[in-house]
Design a protein around this ligand. Structure first.
Ligand SMILES: CCCCCCC[C@H](O)CC(=O)SCCNC(=O)CCNC(=O)[C@H](O)C(C)(C)COP(=O)([O-])OP(=O)([O-])OC[C@H]1O[C@@H](n2cnc3c(N)ncnc32)[C@H](O)[C@@H]1OP(=O)([O-])[O-]
Ligand SMILES: NC(=O)c1ccc[n+]([C@@H]2O[C@H](COP(=O)([O-])OP(=O)(O)OC[C@H]3O[C@@H](n4cnc5c(N)ncnc54)[C@H](O)[C@@H]3O)[C@@H](O)[C@H]2O)c1
Length: 309
């Protein structure tokens, strides 16, 4: 049975843990996803600590949150700009930042990770935090493609571990995939489901299978768009226009790739092609590899498939 066809048996752990009402949230990784999740959690009254590796990165994260909040209030408080400004200040007060996860986690109900898409790095992080977080604290990963079971294996709280997969841009995208492994307790799953609803999102329940629901369908589509272009069967511009006007997608596959980040795309496809090397759906793209090697990672670096000012 291949990596992509395996079945996961869902059985809830019998080690009963009480359902946690999530109020204090530590988010590790203040990049596009972590900052977006922090913004939405703070906007819905949660107390958020955002952790990253340097003060400079965290300053950029908070600036990004402020910019995104301005776009939100422009619509939400169109007729009441003062109330909008008040809302922004209130939300920002709910966000504190830290470069030291060890200092942040002892008061956390939820520790959610949105760092680089690398299994060893994620395992190392959670392994360290497992010893510092309170017993009731739930751990969750926002991974796009890695098995939650593998990430959780570095901890001793596998019944209090699940996946919370958000979509980019977090303030706009309504979906959250809530992932239970075979060890995730029912209480943990319910807490994560309720947390997603408290953020104003619509959760769907997923098995711990590669790509969960959305990325199992989206990744083959995105990679095939690259290959179609590499075969010389369409320009990036034409493929993007075709998928927007012909299939109703808000962004074409090349625009979306730049938006997601080409490094993240490469991490995903490298991992999957390694696990299932004979599956042509997950074959490498030379063009993607070249752009990543050149540091052209998409919108976040100013250039990917397209250039951004
Ligand atoms: C190998 C393959 C790899 C797959 C990777 C998978 C990755 C991952 O695991 C899963 C994903 O996330 S998959 C990715 C899933 N994601 C997708 O598929 C996304 C697809 N794209 C879309 O849904 C739309 O293009 C957007 C909603 C991004 C923008 O909407 P638009 O209409 O096209 O264009 P617009 O004019 O720019 O914006 C209009 C208004 O929207 C608002 N607003 C926008 N951004 C905001 C923000 N950050 N904050 C706050 N507000 C924001 C704002 O009000 C703005 O008005 P303003 O006056 O300009 O302030
Ligand atoms: N980009 C997307 O569209 C998207 C969507 C859903 C899920 N994801 C997943 O979310 C995660 C983050 O993706 P992103 O796009 O936000 O990446 P990003 O590169 O924008 O941000 C990652 C951040 O994590 C920080 N970081 C890395 N290692 C760290 C560590 N050990 N401790 C603290 N901070 C650390 C980096 O400094 C960076 O600021 C990945 O697992 C990715 O697969 C991405």
């Amino acid at each position: 049975m291949s990596f992509f066809s395996h079945q996961i048996r869902r059985s809830f752990s019998s080690s009963a843990v009480r359902r946690v009402v999530i109020k204090n949230v530590t988010i590790i990784g203040g990049g596009q996803m972590g900052a977006g999740i922090a913004q939405v959690a703070a906007s819905t009254g949660h107390s958020v600590t955002l952790v990253d590796t340097s003060e400079d990165i965290l300053k950029k994260s908070v600036k990004g949150i402020e910019g995104s909040l301005k776009r939100v209030v422009k619509k939400k408080f169109a007729d009441k700009p003062e109330a909008g400004e008040e809302f922004i200040q209130k939300v920002l007060q709910n966000v504190s930042t830290s470069t030291d996860p060890a200092a942040a986690v002892p008061t956390s109900d939820l520790v959610l990770e949105a760092i680089v898409e690398n299994l060893n790095v994620k395992q190392d992080l959670f392994g360290r935090l497992d010893k510092l977080a309170p017993k009731h604290s739930i751990f969750a990963s926002n991974t796009s493609s890695l098995p939650i079971t593998d990430i959780a294996s570095s901890t001793s709280r596998q019944d209090r571990f699940g996946g919370l997969h958000f979509f980019n841009p977090v303030p706009m995208m309504k979906l959250v995939e809530v992932i239970a492994t075979s060890a995730t307790s029912q209480e943990t799953f319910d807490s994560l489901l309720n947390f997603s609803k408290a953020l104003g999102k619509t959760p769907v329940s997923c098995k711990d299978t590669p790509g969960f629901i959305v990325n199992r369908l989206l990744v083959p589509y995105m990679m095939e768009a690259l290959r179609l272009h590499e075969r010389g069967h369409g320009s990036k511009e034409d493929i993007d226009i075709a998928m927007k006007l012909g299939a109703g997608y808000p962004m074409g596959p090349f625009e979306l790739s730049d938006y997601v980040g080409l490094d993240t795309m490469k991490f995903i496809i490298d991992g999957w092609s390694e696990k299932d090397p004979d599956n042509p759906i997950f074959a490498q793209s030379e063009l993607l590899n070249k752009l990543v090697a050149e540091g052209k990672l998409g919108k976040k670096t100013g250039e990917g498939f397209y250039k951004y000012k």
